[in-house]
Design a protein around this ligand. Structure first.
Ligand SMILES: [Zn+2]
Length: 111
């Protein structure tokens, strides 16, 4: 991987981190506790609780991804970055741009 490619990937990661951080902020609004005395009636309250669990799941996924991205950003300077941790083949740049946190090439991932 060239220096230029490393920089490119680092920028992609930074942008994805930014997006994930925005998403976490947005989700915060929806994942606040549903108040028991909301004047929204029992059925709507159940809806609100159901929706909340969807948002909670989405929040934990987004937070997890954010952690992965932050970890991977530290690795972009490593000689091993972009190399499959199993078969040691380089992972195509296009794949890394879509999912920079992957550490396996396509064929190892299938196994
Ligand atoms: Zn591999």
């Amino acid at each position: 991987m060239t220096e230029k490619e490393r920089k490119e990937i680092a920028e992609v990661i930074l942008r994805q981190i930014e997006k994930s951080e925005i998403k976490v902020e947005e989700l915060k609004e929806f994942t606040q506790a549903v108040s028991p005395d909301d004047a929204i009636g029992r059925v709507s309250r159940m809806d609100a609780i159901n929706n909340k669990s969807i948002y909670d799941a989405s929040m934990s996924n987004t937070r997890q991804r954010l952690e992965q991205l932050k970890q991977v950003l530290k690795l972009t300077d490593d000689a091993d970055f972009g190399i499959c941790i199993q078969c040691r083949q380089s992972i195509p740049l296009e794949r890394l741009k879509i999912k920079p946190e992957i550490r396996l090439c396509a064929s190892c991932l299938k196994r």
